[in-house]
Design a protein around this ligand. Structure first.
Ligand code: G6P
Length: 610
């Protein structure tokens, strides 16, 4: 999704802007641009379709220099990814802007401004903002007043960075609905969509709140809140280092992140379990009371996080005896709800900035839920700040668009939450101790499964020429089949669908032939015999199976049924472990196909627009 970087300094800012954009590449984008104010007070701009490297090439061929600048990676929403639609947008060489979000009333504003005689050079919603600001400047406003007046008229979501040639040394930032941080340097300031962009230049950040407008100069920062009053926002020091978001020795971030999972899961458990039980304080001081009082759970999330929620439903109901509903946020937010008393509202999000999940949380706040709980990977995110209870996953920065370690740490945090809630619902101490023991074994088990990578890489070759695939699971493994299918389609562009295996006979069996691989997750659980019968249905129709199972559950390997054996694992933690081979399979198929593994086409990491 769009990324913003901007700087006001004494030194040359173009290299800072380009490095910041490179660090935001993971968010997903299709064009990039930067504008700087040069020593002669002229706004100079480069824009390029495609990768940030194309922009860097334009900059090296014809360098533009200055100590005030804004830059952007664009993920197209209004208008195709062309140079004319790329940001920064400018009006009359006077003012330049970068924008993340969507301006919903852009057509009405464009109509007004066109009628007033202003020309437009792009198809974007953003351009109306810069033209409207220019209009205010022409009427005598200074840059801050102009941004205030224009943002007051905007409907939708935005994070903005604005500079003008009439006010060298001044950068205005505004935030409503899209994330934006201010980086504090020594005698210099920066803004960015994400702290990762600025880690080479600072680790001190101010997180703008909803409705804030920041008036930023090299040596001064003034923030106005949504009501227009001056406010102080705390400066927070990030614990991330500049190399936290680098690939290390790996070919792709996704490979690095798959390999980091045992450590990330271990860190997510750290300090939250003791003597065979979960410490509910891990979710905050009110956690024991609120979880104890909860009688139902509503989970809301998107994408991979939604799949984690689907697994958690099995756990909430079977371990804690709590009825649990799970819904994708984009649906939840737009329908009426009947909220039963004492329902806990639980959001799951790696980024904590997904527009639909955030909007669902805000919607839920007026609906009478007992409390809101966020399970999230980014401590300063909007979701964390706006929830009553928080359980942080400790995955570290996840850069690959296809989520891996964020998912397994979400499952870890969810199981901790379920156990904390189950205590007051009568879960026996011995059962809790068994499950805590199963959690403790996970890091070692994950390493063992990651160790199967060379064999999974070998299997991947069979998929390279396939166009369709089917993933099967039953019970809590069905969401894992969904996650496996999502991984494969996201990064290899092979159509992949997941089905609960018992549903095969109601439709998908019609598709089965030797050309459509059927991948199955089959640990030794209560449903495995039923699952095996479903697999026979596939084999009887000439289908080719790839089954991940343990020794006790593995079907007989045959020419049409390949079996990969995983270590035995407790039934409750099995979903976590069975995710790993599916991630590795998708990764190696994508590598063999030569796709852009970390930034698959058309997708974004952090979906901050609706
Ligand atoms: C995008 C990403 C997915 C992610 C989803 C939800 O689609 O590409 O990997 O699962 O957003 O993101 P969140 O940050 O809310 O977990």
């Amino acid at each position: 999704m769009c990324g913003i970087v901007a700087a006001v300094a004494e030194r040359e800012v173009s290299p800072i802007l380009l490095e910041g954009l490179r660090r935001l590449e993971y968010r997903g984008y299709d064009s990039a641009g930067l504008a700087v104010l040069d020593a002669d007070a002229r706004l100079q701009r480069h824009r390029a379709v495609g990768k940030v490297e194309a922009l860097a090439t334009a900059q090296s061929r014809q360098p533009i220099y200055g100590s005030l600048g804004i830059a952007h990676t664009r993920w197209a929403t209004h208008g195709a990814p062309t140079e004319a639609n790329a940001h920064p947008h400018m009006a009359s060489d006077d003012v330049a802007i970068v924008h993340n979000g969507i301006i919903e009333n852009h057509e009405a504003l464009r109509g007004e401004l066109t009628a007033a005689g202003y020309p437009f050079a792009s198809e974007t919603d953003t351009e109306v903002v810069v033209v409207a600001i220019h209009d205010r400047l022409a009427a005598g406003d200074d840059l801050l007043s102009a941004v205030k007046a224009v943002t007051a008229r905007l409907e939708g979501a935005f994070a903005l960075g604005v500079i003008s040639r009439h006010e060298p040394g001044r950068l205005i930032a505004a935030r409503r609905g899209s994330p934006l941080v201010v980086g504090i340097g020594i005698g210099e300031h920066f803004i960015a969509s994400d702290v990762a962009a600025l880690l080479p230049v600072t680790r001190d950040f101010v997180y703008l709140e909803e409705g804030d407008i920041a008036d930023i100069r090299r040596d001064r920062l003034q923030i106005l809140d949504a009501q227009g009053g001056a406010v102080e926002r705390p400066v927070k020091t990030s614990s991330l280092t500049a190399d936290a978001a680098e690939r290390g020795g790996y070919r792709h971030f996704m490979a690095k992140e798959i390999h980091e999972q045992s450590r990330a899961v271990a860190e997510t458990l750290e300090g939250r379990i003791s003597d065979g039980h979960v410490l509910p304080q891990a979710l905050g001081p009110q956690a024991a009371e609120l979880l104890g009082a909860a009688r139902r759970v509503q989970i809301v999330a998107c994408g991979t996080s939604y799949h984690a929620g689907l697994v958690a439903r099995y756990w909430f109901e079977s371990i804690a005896g709590l009825p649990c509903e799970v819904e994708v946020a984009s649906e939840y937010r737009y329908r009426p709800h009947v909220v039963p008393p004492d329902t806990l509202f639980l959001t799951l999000s790696q980024s904590g900035e997904t527009a639909d999940t955030l909007a669902a949380l805000r919607e839920a706040k007026g609906l009478g839920y007992k409390a809101t709980l966020a399970i999230c990977n980014v401590p300063e995110s909007s979701l964390v700040r706006e929830s009553d209870l928080v359980m942080m996953t400790r995955a570290g920065p996840e850069i690959g668009v296809a989520s891996t370690k964020a998912f397994t740490t979400q499952l870890t945090a969810l199981l901790l939450t379920v156990l904390a809630a189950a205590r007051s619902k009568g879960l026996a101490g011995s059962e809790e101790a068994t499950l805590v023991g199963a959690l403790r074994q996970l890091p070692r088990q994950i390493d063992a499964v990651v160790g199967l990578e060379p064999r999974i890489e070998g299997l991947a070759e069979q998929f390279v020429d396939k166009h369709h695939s089917l993933f099967l699971g039953r019970g809590s493994q069905y969401p894992i089949a969904m996650e496996g299918a999502l991984k494969l389609k996201e990064i290899s562009y092979i159509h992949a669908e997941a089905y609960p295996a018992g549903e095969l006979k109601h439709g998908p069996l019609a598709l089965v032939d030797a050309d459509m691989p059927v991948i199955t997750v089959a640990p030794n659980d209560d449903l495995v015999e039923k699952l095996k019968s479903n697999l026979q249905e596939v084999q009887a129709r000439g289908g080719r199976l790839l089954v991940f199972a343990d020794e006790a559950s593995a079907p007989a390997a045959t020419a049409d049924c390949q079996v990969m054996t995983l270590p035995a694992v407790h039934e409750v933690t099995a979903p976590l472990l069975y995710t790993i081979p599916l991630q590795l399979l998708a990764y190696h198929v994508a590598v063999l196909k030569g796709t852009d593994v970390d930034q698959p086409r058309n997708l974004a990491k952090s979906v901050t627009v609706e």
